[in-house]
Design a binder for this molecule. Structure first.
Ligand code: 6LW
Length: 491
């Protein structure tokens, strides 16, 4: 069977997309990670390259240390209007809320936030009508006209439409003026196996909205499709007039009930219109050839700025994470706490393939540090070294254990993490994958210290909205990482 693949693999949920001439831009949620909101560019909707992060300065994004994992930055909407890029989003952290940032050029700089204290809840959308009124629509589904330059609300809040009667979590609204109608696209059913997308339309941006007779227009609930939880999407029209939907989905593996480990990923499907003017969503289309995400990634940390795909937990200060301290190395300085703590000094990249190998050359002569697969503070596996001994640490829920140790020669050590398919795929209790942690010997062989069940680093076990992130960390003192590599493996 041909694989059904995401267009943006790894934890990249809640996609929002816009087109400017022949260029498409796409953004996703980023939760507790900094910088926030990865930004991608494409010419064909199938092949995306990350060109930056929208929220890359502390004045735009503060994620306090007491903020929970899977809090933070939820569900942006990206639009191009009046010669500018507009992005509206929620920072769910205490004391934050909804805000808008804008940019003339998508590669930035993006402005400081314009806060929207009058807009409640999550999943804000922006749409402008012909009179220039800007309508902010949000989960629930409600709507308020706003001045997007000042953040002032310009009218009363009104309820628009809540999707199917009794369906939970009507959210992720996007409003579009297409032909003679205003269409209101929403997600409903919750972001788990019941997820779906429905649509309604009305004569104007405020409705009244009449539901599509074929709702939900997208759902994989109750099917054996390899991509599940499909929902939360955004429509875009290509330059050739064709229509497309980007949306989130997950790839569960293993026995029952199935576990997904890479979070919610971004998929693409074509959209056609019925004679009555309702959209029909076609089958998922996958890139037929390798995409930028499939190329092996290697960072020698030779550049002063880090590649935009690197993300840190809650903040990134040069005091704790820098490529300028030792030339050609990433220097990580612990804050006196481990990966279990919310202020962990960890920097990683999303796991983007069901099977992969990551490694890093770690010099722990002045501290303790390693390489981890992180789901959140309570769910991660790591291999670390203090310069004399390598050890594998497993943290699952409230249980933390050193599961294996190995003496290592003095000096830098290559630490490795390999994710591969489950050992007994026919047992209904089989997990989604296994994670092997070890050290690379001087002859290049990977010497495994422990192989652990991958289900404990899945969303079905850990909860929340994110997926696995793999990268180096400092547990004590200062560690230098000479290089980091990640490559997809077959299978
Ligand atoms: C997001 C909501 C959702 O705000 O999950 O799948 C929430 N949809 O729309 C977090 O990503």
């Amino acid at each position: 069977m041909v694989s059904v693949l995401p267009v943006v693999p790894g934890f990249h949920p809640d996609p929002s997309v816009c087109r400017v001439n022949d260029d498409y831009y796409l953004v996703c949620s980023s939760f507790e990670y900094f910088p926030g909101i990865p930004l991608f560019h494409s010419r064909d909707l199938l092949h995306w390259t990350q060109i930056g992060n929208v929220l890359d300065r502390p004045e735009q994004l503060r994620l306090p240390v007491d903020m929970t994992s899977s809090g933070g930055v939820y569900a942006p909407t990206l639009r191009h209007h009046d010669g500018r890029f507009w992005l509206i989003v929620t920072n769910c952290a205490e004391g934050a809320g909804n805000f808008i940032v804008t940019a003339a050029d998508p590669t930035g700089p993006w402005s400081a936030p314009t806060w929207l204290p009058g807009i409640p809840g999550i999943d804000p959308d922006l749409a402008w009508d012909e009179d220039g009124t800007c309508w902010c629509t949000f989960a629930g589904v409600g709507q308020i006209p706003i001045d997007p330059y000042t953040g002032r609300v310009l009218g009363e809040q009104r309820g628009l439409w809540s999707g199917a009667p009794g369906a939970r979590a009507p959210e992720a609204p996007h409003l579009y003026h297409i032909g003679d109608h205003w269409y209101l696209l929403i997600a409903e059913g919750g972001t788990e196996r019941g997820h779906g997308i429905s649509i309604a339309r009305g004569p104007g941006p405020t409705g009244p909205f009449e539901p599509c007779p074929d709702n939900p227009i997208l759902t994989h609930r109750g099917t054996d499709h390899p991509v599940q939880n499909t929902g939360h999407g955004d429509l875009v029209q290509a330059a050739d007039g064709s229509w497309w939907l980007v949306f989130l989905g997950v790839r569960p593996h293993g026995g029952t009930p199935g576990w997904h480990v890479m979070g919610r990923e971004t998929f693409l499907a074509p959209v056609t219109w019925t004679e009555d003017g309702w959209p029909t969503v076609g089958d998922i289309v996958s890139p037929a050839d390798a995409t930028a995400a499939d190329a092996p990634f290697r960072d020698d940390f030779d550049l002063p700025e880090l590649h935009p795909s690197w993300i840190s937990v809650r903040d990134r200060s040069t005091e704790h994470c820098s490529t300028k301290e030792r030339s050609g190395s990433l220097t990580l300085r612990a804050r006196g706490s481990s990966l279990d703590e919310p202020d962990a000094v960890f920097i990683g990249r999303r796991q983007q393939h069901p099977a992969c190998h990551a490694s890093a050359l770690v010099d722990a002569g002045q501290g303790v540090g390693g390489l981890a697969v992180r789901l959140d503070e309570q769910h991660h596996y790591g291999i670390e070294t203090d310069g004399t001994q390598a050890r594998v640490i497993s943290r699952v829920g409230s249980v933390r254990a050193v599961v294996a140790t190995l003496p290592v020669p003095a000096g830098p050590t290559v630490l490795g993490v390999r994710v591969s398919g489950p050992p007994a795929p026919h047992d209904p209790r089989t997990g989604p994958d296994v994670v092997s942690l070890g050290v690379e010997r001087p002859d290049g062989a990977f010497s495994v210290l422990a192989t652990l069940d991958g289900r404990y680093l899945s969303t079905e076990v850990a909860g929340g909205f994110t997926g696995r992130v793999i990268g180096p960390y400092a547990a004590r003192g200062t560690v230098h990482v000479d290089w980091f590599g990640y490559e997809p493996l077959p299978g």
